[in-house]
Write a protein that binds this ligand. Structure first.
Ligand SMILES: [Zn+2]
Ligand SMILES: [Zn+2]
Length: 103
C-alpha cells in the first residue's frame, strides 16, 4: 500500500510510461505527472508517474487543467477533445488530447 500524499512511485519494468523516455518533446514535467507528445500518435498526453493507480479527483483536475492549457497551445486554438481511452497501455493512467476530426 502507498500512503496518501506520499509519492512512493510504483514503477514497472518495460512499461514505456514508467520509463518516461525522452524520445519525444515534453510539454511539462511535474513530480505527479508528465505531459509528453505521444510517440504513437503525436498528440499531447498526460501521464501519471505512478503505475497501476488512478489519480484522486483533485489530482486529476490539476492534471487535466495543465493538459488543457498545453493542448490549447499545441493545437493553436483548433478544437480538441480529451480522450480517456487507454488503448495500448491499459494499466498505467494516461489521457490524450486529440484534435477533433474535421467535417
Ligand atoms: Zn507504467
Ligand atoms: Zn497516443
Amino acid at each position: 500500500m502507498v500512503g496518501k500524499g506520499l509519492y512512493a512511485m510504483s514503477r514497472v519494468k518495460d512499461c514505456p510510461l514508467c520509463k518516461g523516455e525522452h524520445i519525444t518533446p515534453w510539454l511539462a514535467s511535474k513530480c505527479l505527472y508528465y505531459i509528453p507528445i505521444c510517440a504513437t500518435c503525436g498528440n499531447p498526453m498526460a501521464v501519471l508517474r505512478d503505475h497501476g493507480r488512478n489519480p484522486s479527483p483533485a489530482e486529476e483536475q490539476r492534471i487535466l487543467q495543465m493538459l488543457s492549457v498545453l493542448a490549447d497551445r499545441h493545437f493553436k486554438g483548433r478544437p480538441w477533445v480529451l480522450d480517456r481511452t487507454q488503448r495500448t497501455i491499459t494499466d498505467h493512467w494516461h489521457v490524450h488530447a486529440r484534435p477533433v476530426p474535421a467535417g
